[in-house]
Design a protein around this ligand. Structure first.
Ligand SMILES: *Cc1c(COP(=O)(O)O)cnc(C)c1O
Length: 416
């Protein structure tokens, strides 16, 4: 090697808002171990609610976020096929700001009517956040004043991933989880603040909407909610926890939600109030991938129109009722920290050393639940993540709970 080459620069990463050495280092160890132990990397066909692997093992999925089972609803599937035939194309590739099929507009008007809001669609919630958050950071979506961007410590990776892009537009900080005192301090110090938080957390719990509404009233705080986990499963016409409980329905609240979980289709909804046509155009033209990448395709639009129709009628209420009954049945048998919550996710506490083995035994008995353990969660908080759905039968839930008890899950305190 010549001396010239040895003098070439070595880069020291700034790692101010992200760190792949840590993320990949920590995450890969978790995934490698999960795959080696047979509780990840599973391939299976879906047939009438039962999954079947190539070698014939059958199991019920208890880690699927389609909480109302609308993803396999015959009307939703038919809606996708009908729309594909009706529009004659899956996607006519050109930015919607130039030329668009009426498909997205039809869906946005349907969802807008459903939830009494202005709705803009995106291909996914992740894409919506990656596009919207930097526009909020620069003040272009808002009142023109650059806000301090406060990301809740536990906010979903799809929002946390936008920190570096926001940091090039404004100041970015990470706050304690639901730390309202700290947030109020920021509100006192800064002209404008935007708080970025999940409406419902993927390990349980809801955002403190009422306390946030007080800060919104007092300081003009802007709150960006990602309510992906509770839309459809919660609230009248499936409007989600945030829209059902948040009194601030104007430009101080922006809510997004995936349509891929309980809504049962594909894509995402950006739910706005009080933002006029000008802001809608700014979003369509400048919100990252929303402006240059593919929109929801016509099959996803058709499926979503059909799901929206179901949301308007008594079937949604019945499905929410069945989901709640299944959650209550599970809580009557197994004790978890989340017991009693209307939220469909439970983490069954397990020992760090035995959690994977427990997950494997549950899988062998015919149920998939996902083991979470250090380093993905803190030491001492390992567990089996269970998601209840409307379509699971009483018998399936009872059998699962029997197996869970056999592998060491704590029985419900009130159980006989
Ligand atoms: C599942 C989830 C997402 C991902 O939604 P996509 O539409 O698939 O991008 C984003 N945010 C939260 C809070 C989620 O739970």
């Amino acid at each position: 090697m010549t001396s010239e080459l040895t003098e070439r620069k070595v880069i020291t990463p700034p790692h101010r808002y992200r760190n792949n050495d840590k993320a990949v280092g920590v995450g890969n160890a978790f995934w490698d171990r999960s795959e080696q132990e047979g509780v990840a990397g599973i391939v299976a066909e879906l047939d009438n609610g039962i999954l079947r692997t190539g070698d014939g093992h059958e199991f019920v999925n208890f880690t699927c976020c389609s909480y109302l089972d609308l993803d396999s609803h015959p009307e939703v599937i038919e809606g996708a096929i009908t729309a594909l035939r009706r529009f004659g194309v899956l996607d006519h590739c050109i930015p919607r700001s130039r030329v668009q099929l009426p498909a997205l507009l039809e869906l946005e008007s349907s969802l807008g009517e459903l939830w009494g809001a202005d709705v803009i669609t995106a291909i996914s919630a992740g894409v919506a956040s990656a596009g919207l958050l930097p526009l909020i950071a620069s003040g272009h979506l808002g009142n023109g004043t650059r806000p301090l961007m406060v990301f809740d410590k536990n906010c979903h990776v799809s929002m946390a991933g936008a920190k570096p892009a926001c940091a090039d537009e404004t100041e970015v900080v990470t706050s304690g989880h639901h730390d309202m005192d700290q947030l109020e301090d920021f509100c006192r110090q800064y002209q404008r603040v935007c708080y970025v938080v999940d409406g419902a957390d993927s390990l349980g719990g809801y955002a403190p909407v009422e306390q946030l509404a007080e800060l919104q009233e007092k300081y003009g705080l802007l709150v960006y909610y990602d309510d992906s986990h509770s839309v459809s499963a919660f609230g009248e016409r499936g409007m989600g926890y945030i829209r059902a409980n948040n009194p601030i329905r104007d430009e101080r609240t922006i809510t997004i939600a995936t349509l891929n979980k309980a809504f049962g289709t594909s894509g995402a909804a950006i739910v706005l109030d009080g933002y006029g046509k000008h802001s809608h155009r700014v979003i369509e033209r400048f919100a990252g991938a929303l402006s240059y990448s593919q929109p929801m395709n016509t099959a996803a639009v058709g499926a979503s129109l059909a799901s929206a129709e179901i949301h308007r009628g008594p079937e949604l209420v019945a499905l929410q009722g069945r989901l709640n009954a299944n959650i209550a049945l599970f809580d009557s048998l197994i004790d978890t920290e989340q017991a009693g919550s209307s939220y469909p996710i439970r983490v069954v506490p397990m020992n760090d050393e035995t959690v994977i083995d427990a997950g494997r035994r549950v899988y062998q008995a015919g149920f998939y639940v996902s083991p979470v353990f250090f380093p993905i969660v803190a030491r001492g908080t390992a567990g089996l993540r269970v998601m209840l759905r409307a379509g699971q039968t009483v018998e399936q839930i009872q059998r699962l709970c029997t197996v869970l008890t056999e592998v060491g899950a704590p029985a419900a305190k009130a159980s006989p």
